[in-house]
Ligand binder design. Structure first.
Ligand code: PLP
Length: 370
C-alpha cells in the first residue's frame, strides 16, 4: 500500500530483473553470469538486487566500493564479491574483514595486496585488471608483461580472475572492441591461468567472442539499452510515478512555471505533479522538444514549462477529464516511456537516469521473496 502522503512511488520489479538475468545467462552459454550491482544496484537497491539474483543462481557480484561490498556481504553471506574501484591505501584489512576481493589495477595495488597476504600468511583472492584501452583503471601492457615475471608477487595471493573492460561495446560497428579482445588475449597469456572476464552488458550482446569465463552485466539487468541502435529486448524494471497535487485551467497566453518558460496556446487544463529534479526527473527534461510526458492510462500528457525541484506541470489537453483527479498517480518512467526514452529527452544515458532515482519517493518491490 502506498501511503497517502507519499508524493512519488518507485516500483521495482524484481521478477523482471530476474528474467533479464536468466536471458543474459542463456546468451552467456558456458560462461558464468555475474551481477554488477554497484551504485546501489544502479539505483534499484543493491541488497534487493543481490538477493533476487541469488535466487537464479548468481553467485558473483561486482560493486564499486568496500562499503557497497559490506552491504552485499550482510545479505548474501555466500557470495563472491569483487570491488571494482580497486585497493585504496590502508584498506587491505577492510577487504579481509568483509571477505571481498579487490580488482587490482596497478602495480602499487598488487604489491600492497601481496604484502598483506604475506603478512597474514594467507593467499587471499583478488582479480587482476588489465587495461586494454580505457586508460582509467588497470595495468598497462608494459606493467602486465613485467608482472608476468614476478612470481614472488603472483604466488603470494590467489589471482582468481583476470579481467579487462570494454570502452565501446555499445557501438555495434566500433572496431575497438575486437582490438581490446585481442590485446586481452595476448596480455593474459603471460599471467597464471585464471578465469577471464571481459564483457559488460554490451559485450555479452555483441558476440560470444567476448564472453570468456565470466560475464559482467549491469545495465541490461536493469532493463536499460546496452547497444546503440539495436532493439532492447530486456524487460523494464523501474516505474516512477508522481501524484497530482492540483488541477487548474491556464488561460490562453498565460505562462507556467519558472522563467515563464511554458505558455498556454489556448485555455489549457494543467496538472501539477509532485516529482521534480530532486527526485531524479532531470531538469533538462523541461522545455519544448524533449518528448517528456506523463501518462495517465494510455493517455499522454506532455510536460509544459520547466522542471522544478519538487514539481512539474503537465498539459492534460489530450486526457479525458474524467480520468484525472487530485491525488492520483501519473506515470513518468515506465511502460510508456522507459528509462532510455527519458534519458534521451534529458540528454543523458539510461545509467544516469537509473542511478539518480528515488531519494524521496516511496519504494515498492514486486516479486520480493522471503
Ligand atoms: C559498470 C561495469 C560493468 C557493467 O557495465 P554495464 O554496461 O552496465 O553492463 C562491467 N564491468 C566493469 C568493470 C564496470 O565498471
Amino acid at each position: 500500500m502506498t501511503r497517502p502522503e507519499a508524493t512519488g512511488r518507485l516500483t521495482i520489479d524484481l521478477t523482471a530483473l530476474r528474467s533479464n538475468y536468466r536471458r543474459l545467462a542463456v546468451m552467456a552459454g558456458n560462461a558464468e553470469t555475474a551481477g554488477v550491482i554497484k551504485a546501489d544496484g544502479y539505483g534499484i537497491g543493491a541488497t534487493e538486487a543481490a538477493q533476487a539474483l541469488s535466487l537464479d543462481g548468481c553467485r558473483t557480484f561486482f560493486v564499486a566500493t568496500p562499503d557497497e561490498a559490506r552491504d552485499v556481504r550482510a545479505c548474501v553471506p555466500e557470495a563472491v564479491i569483487y570491488v571494482l574501484d580497486g585497493l585504496l591505501p590502508g584498506t587491505a584489512p577492510v577487504f579481509a574483514e568483509i571477505d571481498a576481493r579487490p580488482v587490482l589495477g596497478s602495480m602499487p595495488e598488487i604489491e600492497n595486496w601481496a604484502g598483506w597476504c604475506k603478512a597474514e600468511n594467507t593467499r587471499f583472492a583478488a582479480a587482476i585488471h588489465i587495461d586494454t584501452g580505457m586508460n582509467r583503471l588497470g595495468l598497462s601492457p608494459g606493467e602486465t608483461i613485467a608482472l608476468a615475471t614476478r612470481d614472488d608477487l603472483l604466488r603470494s595471493f590467489d589471482p582468481a580472475l583476470v579481467m579487462s573492460h570494454l570502452a565501446c561495446a555499445d557501438e555495434p560497428d566500433n572496431p575497438m572492441t575486437q582490438r581490446q579482445a585481442e590485446m586481452f588475449d595476448e596480455l593474459r597469456s603471460g599471467l597464471p591461468v585464471a578465469p577471464a572476464s571481459l564483457a559488460n552488458s554490451a559485450g555479452i550482446l555483441a558476440s560470444p567472442r567476448y564472453h570468456y569465463d565470466l560475464v559482467r552485466p549491469g545495465i541490461a539487468l536493469y532493463g536499460g539499452a546496452a547497444r546503440v541502435g539495436e532493439t532492447n529486448t530486456m524487460d523494464g524494471v523501474v516505474r516512477l510515478e508522481g501524484r497530482i497535487a492540483q488541477l487548474r485551467t491556464v488561460k490562453a497566453g498565460a505562462t507556467i512555471g519558472y522563467g515563464a518558460a511554458g505558455r498556454a496556446a489556448r485555455d489549457t487544463p494543467i496538472a501539477t505533479v509532485t516529482i521534480g529534479y530532486a527526485d531524479g526527473f532531470f531538469r533538462t527534461l523541461g522545455g519544448c522538444d524533449t518528448g517528456a510526458a506523463a501518462y495517465i492510462g494510455d493517455y499522454r500528457a506532455p510536460l509544459i514549462g520547466r522542471v522544478s525541484m519538487d514539481l512539474i506541470t503537465i498539459d492534460l489537453s489530450a486526457v479525458p477529464p474524467g480520468l484525472v483527479e487530485r491525488g492520483a498517480m501519473v506515470e513518468l518512467i515506465g511502460p510508456h516511456a522507459g528509462v532510455d526514452d527519458v534519458a534521451a529527452g534529458a540528454g543523458t544515458i539510461g545509467y544516469e537516469v537509473l542511478t539518480s532515482l528515488g531519494r524521496r519517493v516511496e519504494r515498492h518491490y514486486l516479486g520480493r521473496e522471503a
